[in-house]
Design a protein around this ligand. Sequence first.
Ligand SMILES: C[S@@+](CC[C@H](N)C(=O)[O-])C[C@H]1O[C@@H](n2cnc3c(N)ncnc32)[C@H](O)[C@@H]1O
Length: 252
Amino acid sequence: MFSERFYLLFALLVLGAGACRQDATPTAKSPGFLREPKAETTGTTDALPLPQTGEGNFENLVADFESKDRVIWQKPDMVIALLGDLHGKTVADIGAGSGYFTFRLVPKAEKVIGIDIDPRFITFMDSVKVRLPQPYQNRFESRLAKYDDPMLQPGEADAVVIVNTYGYIENRVQYLKTLHTGMTNNGRLLIIDFKKNNLPIGPPAEFKVAQNQVERELRSAGFTPVSIDNESLDYQYIVLAEKKAAIDTPKH
Ligand SMILES: C[S@@+](CC[C@H](N)C(=O)[O-])C[C@H]1O[C@@H](n2cnc3c(N)ncnc32)[C@H](O)[C@@H]1O
């Protein structure tokens, strides 16, 4: 058995090496964390409304997502613990990016699906995967999704995390309804994103969604918010919701 401490050290080394080896092909646009002016858009791509830091510069995005200071404000271990016991469970990380959460989840769950719409991150996560010890490789799957569909099979995910991605999803209620179908009954959905106030990091205001709006959208899509935490993370709120099992009404 591999200890989690060994795995984390290994994963961080792999991520660092992977970031240096990537071929920076400026294709799709992806958001970063740092606040920078909007880049000009050409209007010629069918990509995202995601003008943001590091746009087109893949190495900058990966360096941003994997920055050493992040562990201080992101508290990934505390966040992952909110999902409860993941033994035997399938977890989907929507908007996985470089796999910051994905690869921390791998030692804890039976299967982890790293979902993204940007093929560069899919390639990056796959390059991390092949360097993991075999038992962990078997637990990981990358999945290229669509802007409007996380591409989960019905009832596939027992738990889902959406970190620093929610504000980039369009037609969110419809998206959440599709996601709802892809989850098991009593499945947990964790949404973490930047607070609306002025922060030293995070996306521009137009890509921030207020925490109470997240709650409203979750309810509209059929999820039940079970806890809201504005305190544990300095820059972000944590919304935990559940897909409640439908209650069968007895027939008379
Ligand atoms: C700011 S990054 C966050 C990455 C990762 N969750 C993290 O916290 O390090 C946002 C990610 O969401 C992806 N993304 C944007 N819109 C998406 C959508 N509709 N479905 C899935 N992924 C999306 C982007 O390609 C990018 O990798």
